[in-house]
Design a binder for this molecule. Structure first.
Ligand code: HEM
Length: 317
């Protein structure tokens, strides 16, 4: 940016904040307009997780899949219209992304308690991800707030920008780099796989054909996933899929990563040392996970007058 453009940008930001329109995120965005917003989200997430522990994992993943496609703007929640096809149809999301009904319930309760629709769907996704991690025994962090909701979605960007479970380390590093996230963010955030489940179709090739896998673990996996069919059967991403712990990383050290992309983080490359550290040090993992979640949550938010506060998270107003 040239110095002239920089001055203009500073002036615009100064004017917008003078007009009471915030251009950056902050944790107190709803403190005055709706102090009950955050406790309400926590309560709905807590109840949903109590009913089905997996939904906490699903909500964490929704925030990730939102942020990696054009920033954290709730684009993943929009249904198809004549103007665009939904990101829900994209390969990484179709018959896979879940938890949408919990987001709708949160939106309903939050709008009711606030008396009017002030809380964005994008902020709901960010707070629900944090509250899910906490509900499953993980660390807490202060969620930055003030994101606004997109008026469009991109199925093709979702296909291109969400990393695939068949990627090797350099591709994973590159996919995170494109989002402004570094190697440490990649490893810490992959620790999200301490929670939740995966379908056979996404790791079948690994348990039948790969060699950097513990033989007993591969054998067990084959019992769950037959060579033909059974593609949507489920296996846990780590041995304790409803608790936030270091088992995901110690599993990688013993070659028991479920996805190809998981084991890629511990396969003789530059991330081995981080995986080893996190496998032995819950404090280091949970601290780095929390800071990387904040970083991921800050990807390209819509602020100020850009975007909108949706009335229904599934539809543009
Ligand atoms: C590093 C690249 C990543 C790849 C390739 C990847 C891939 C996958 C795949 C293939 C599944 C299984 C989906 C299914 O069976 O339908 C999954 C599940 C999951 N992912 Fe990731 N993921 C990545 C990073 C992340 C990150 C950064 C987070 C969060 C911080 C995350 C959180 C989750 C969770 C919680 C689940 C379980 C969801 C559930 O049980 O509903 N993943 N991921």
């Amino acid at each position: 940016m040239g110095s002239y453009n920089f001055c203009i940008a500073v002036l615009v930001m100064f004017n917008l904040s003078f007009m009471g329109i915030s251009t950056s995120l902050n944790p107190y965005f709803y403190a005055k307009v709706c102090p009950q917003a955050l406790p309400t989200i926590k309560q709905v997430v807590g109840a949903a997780v109590k009913q089905e522990r997996r939904v906490g994992a699903s909500l964490l993943r929704l925030h990730f899949h939102d942020c990696f496609v054009n920033g954290c703007d709730a684009s993943i929640l929009l249904d198809s219209t004549s103007a665009f096809t939904s990101e829900k149809n994209a390969l990484p999301n179709a018959n896979s992304a879940r938890g949408f009904e919990v987001i709708d319930r949160i939106k309903y309760e939050v709008d009711k308690v606030c008396g009017w629709p002030v809380v964005s769907c994008a902020d709901i996704l960010a707070v629900a991800a944090r509250d899910s991690v906490v509900a499953l025994g993980g660390p807490s962090w202060e969620v930055q707030l003030g994101r606004r909701d997109s008026t469009t979605a991109s199925e093709s960007k979702a296909n291109n920008d969400i990393p695939s479970p068949f990627m090797d380390l350099p591709e994973l590093i590159n996919s995170f780099k494109k989002q402004g996230l570094n190697v440490k963010d990649l490893v810490a955030l992959s620790g999200g796989h301490t929670l939740g489940l995966s379908q056979c179709r996404l790791f079948k090739n690994r348990i039948y054909n790969e060699t950097n896998i513990d033989p007993n673990f591969a054998h067990q996996g084959r019992a769950t996933c037959p060579p033909n069919g059974g593609d949507s059967k489920l296996a846990p991403l780590d041995p304790s899929p409803a608790s936030f712990d270091t088992n995901y990383f110690s599993n990688l050290v013993s070659k028991k990563g479920l996805l190809h992309s998981d084991q890629a983080l511990y396969n003789g490359g530059q991330t081995d040392y981080l995986v080893k550290t996190y496998s032995k040090n819950y404090g280091a993992f949970s601290k780095d996970f929390a800071s990387s979640m904040i970083k991921m949550g800050n990807i390209k938010p819509l602020t100020g007058k850009r975007g909108q506060i949706r009335l229904d998270c599934k539809k543009v107003n």
